[in-house]
Design a protein around this ligand. Sequence first.
Ligand SMILES: O=C(O)[C@@H](CO)OP(=O)(O)O
Ligand SMILES: [Mn+2]
Ligand SMILES: [Mn+2]
Length: 520
Amino acid sequence: MRARMPGVLLVLDGWGHAPPAPGNAISEAECPFLEGLVLGRRGVLLDASGGAVGLPEGTVGNSEIGHMVMGAGRPIEYDSLRVEQQVKSGALRSHPLLREACVRLAQQRGTLHLVGLISDGRIHSDIDHIAEVLRAARAHALERVVIHAITDGRDVPDGTGALYLSRLNEIVKVSGVGAVATVIGRNFAMDKSGADHLTAQAALLVLDGRAERSAPNAEDALRGGAPDGSVTATVITGATGGPAPVRDGDAIVFMNFRSDRMAPLADMVAVLLASTARSRVRLLSLGHYDTHAGIPALVPRADASGGLADALENSEVRSVRIAEREKFEHVTFYLNGRDARPRQQEEHVLVPPAATGPVQDHPEMNLRGLVQAVIEAAARPDVGLVVANLANMDVVGHTGAYHATRKAVEAVDRAAAQICSTAFAGGRWTLLVGDHGNAEQMLTSPTDGAPAIGYGGHTTNRVPCALISVRGERLKIPSGGEAAICSVGPTVLRLLGLPIPAAMSAPELVDDSAQPIRQG
Ligand SMILES: O=C(O)[C@@H](CO)OP(=O)(O)O
Ligand SMILES: [Mn+2]
Ligand SMILES: [Mn+2]
């Protein structure tokens, strides 16, 4: 079926809104098109963080929850919220799978290994969850518990790694059990680019204590001057008295609640264990991981089905999903409610990278290729909806490189303007929205009163959402005064002229009073 009113959904990744200020790479960039959308009457501001989308209150948004709730048309309890609920209720500590693992370890004097990102960025992990599992280990009187610490510097300011490792040592001291056995940066342990040699360094460190260097304690592992995310594999000799290789019968708990960046390591660990006669090692993960290994999760995922993808499929409306590598899963798997089933009416275009090397050296990434793909798809009369993610403000923003991020904003501005005008000329509406803030705030104070330092992470700021419509409709915030990016799914369906499923409880944002849509 052809959509009566075809359109384009552009997710401008990391497009948040904040008042003009130093460190606001958007207000300080030359971006007349985006600025006009926000300042003019075409746009509204939407919540993209905390409880409004299904995250714990006060938590910054992220690309997974952002795309998921846009597609689902309602807030979805994110993994971090579910873990937090289980911590509060005590259910995590007494979880049957954890209990079973601990009982076995206690009987056989095995070692519990915890592998996790050590920060409170709360995008992939929270250091407090480690404290909770250590309490469980203590309750079972486990003698050997070791922590394989992954240093962050992306979800929290770079350079704070040592602070978090000393906080971890405090947690260990208070819980009376555990020791940090190894340290490695997230750029190795949580690589998801498919660079197996990076993942392997982390896997061999965890499994066999294999590393080129050692340090007497965790904080000393950071003394080499590398960014926190790039700390090379280090064995800690002090507390554990040398490496703590995984023996058959041990248990490993992956402590990140988010899957995407931990799944490659978890999978490699599973394969290496099986090939080295350690198949009785119990593997568990805090949240559900999309692995081949099928690792049991302590906290199951929330259902995000019944959203945009199902509605498009049911109405037989064709959509084309377009992104560069970094955000490809977001416009497909996550937008579809973490559902990888192929759909007949859906086409995917993976835009290849334009250049190699540090992204801050080519902040425009491959916007040229992406714009071309969007324009080609939008020209096809059989395509009802084109969805594309313009990743630059997030991907370049994460480097913390301010000047490059401004360039990224300017490149996105030009690309979005070109797409909108071409779509408009072809009779299509375009809805533009951020999935969470990033580029609008690139300074932060790590502790109250401390001077601001550079920061490339996500924010809790609201995000702009704007409509360029052929029929002249505008967006409105429903009475009550607030809306979140969960409204994107129903708004897209409304603009396409399709029925909105009951599961999408968020209000659509099309303002009838400005330009009534003739039904039928
Ligand atoms: O890169 C990532 O893993 C996170 C930040 O840690 O960002 P996003 O949610 O945009 O993927
Ligand atoms: Mn994002
Ligand atoms: Mn990001």
